[in-house]
Design a protein around this ligand. Structure first.
Ligand code: ADP
Ligand code: F6P
Length: 320
């Protein structure tokens, strides 16, 4: 394969730029032409392609977001729209495509591969860590560290005022950001979509904790698990403590990627190019037990993400 292209799609994630850098430079080192497609599948349909060189990705490894930009493109589910994308690739003589994004992006990749025979390699890039076939996605670690920074600041105020704090974090239907931030941040309670919870029990437990000398409590709520305003109100009513709510929103999606996300980006980018160079079948790259792996898009779609209950229980035990 001599000419390939790369795009970023879905929600941006810290480390996407580092992955683009790895893809571009590994491709050039493998004597392949590399094109960048702007705005994900929207740009692919619209023919927004530019030839990239080593300098296109200079000073990029540490930057959040994605310099190629990204987009949600719901019309890409339509096979006729996908046909236009396939025609664009063919008009440019592009034989293989690397897509960096989440599960929606991979569904689009599978369609392009199944319906039009295009070789597509998926690199998992989303802060949500909601893909079961891989232990980690690019952006997750940085997002959790950003949440930890927020927790540190919130703690100061909580402790000073003897308050309860409810912090809502992202993750769509997945509780990983909340769970990892709770364990690493020493939160007293974590509410995730995957595990049933009882708000009144939490309130009761907060009331009792004062008897053990606990003067402040932190609840971390994954956005997919419930309505933060309603939960905060109920806990306040039932516990008798003042509950303050914070939602750090997009602050957790941006920022400079940390070491783990940059290393993942480098490994995934190189592997994706290598697979296209060797004319491998369409697939996704991932990491399991610290080893880079591949999985078919069928396997990716069929794997159901399960929350790590042992981490959940540990967070609870350590919050005494
Ligand atoms: P993510 O990739 O982070 O999960 P989205 O769910 O928004 O983000 O998906 C990114 C893009 O992938 C969508 O905007 C759309 O263009 C494409 N996509 C999503 N679902 C499908 C699908 N079922 N079939 C084809 N393309 C899809
Ligand atoms: O997938 C990343 C994510 O930030 C989710 O955590 C969140 O639910 C969603 O994207 C927000 O999407 P939007 O980009 O439309 O704000």
């Amino acid at each position: 394969m001599e000419r390939i292209a790369v795009l970023t799609s879905g929600g941006d994630a810290p480390g996407m730029n580092a992955a683009l850098r790895a893809v571009v430079r590994y491709a050039l080192n493998s004597r392949m032409d590399i094109y960048g497609i702007e705005r994900g599948y929207a740009g692919l349909i619209g023919g927004e392609l530019t030839r990239l060189n080593a300098r296109s990705v200079s000073d990029m490894i540490h930057k959040g977001g994605t310099f190629l930009k990204t987009a949600r493109c719901p019309e890409f589910k339509d096979i006729e729209v996908q046909r236009r994308a396939a025609e664009t690739l063919s008009a440019y003589g592009i034989e293989g495509l690397i897509v960096i994004g989440g599960d929606g992006t991979f569904r689009g990749a599978k369609d392009l591969s199944d319906n039009f025979g295009i070789k597509v390699i998926g690199i998992p890039g989303t802060i949500d860590n909601d893909m079961a076939y891989t232990d980690f996605t690019i952006g997750f670690d940085t997002a959790v560290n950003t949440v930890l920074w927020a927790i540190n600041n919130i703690r100061d105020t909580m402790r000073s005022h003897d308050r309860v704090s409810l912090l809502e974090v992202m993750g769509r239907h997945c509780g990983d950001i909340a769970l990892y931030a709770a364990l690493a941040g020493g939160a007293e309670y974590v509410i995730v979509p995957e595990i049933p919870y009882d708000v009144d029990e939490i309130a009761k437990s907060i009331k009792k904790s004062a008897l053990r000398g606990k003067i402040s409590n932190l609840i971390i709520l994954a956005e997919g698990a419930g309505n933060s305003a309603e939960i905060a109100k109920r806990v306040e009513e039932k516990s008798g403590s003042i509950v303050k709510m914070t939602n750090i929103g997009y602050i957790q999606r941006g920022g400079s990627p940390n070491m783990q996300d940059r290393i993942l980006a480098a490994k995934f980018g190189a592997k994706a190019v290598e697979l296209l160079k060797n004319d491998a079948e369409s697939c996704a790259v991932g990491i399991r037990d610290n080893k880079v792996i591949t999985a078919t898009f069928e396997e990716v779609a069929g794997a159901k993400k399960v929350i790590d209950k042992s981490l959940y229980e540990l967070a609870h035990i350590l919050s005494l």
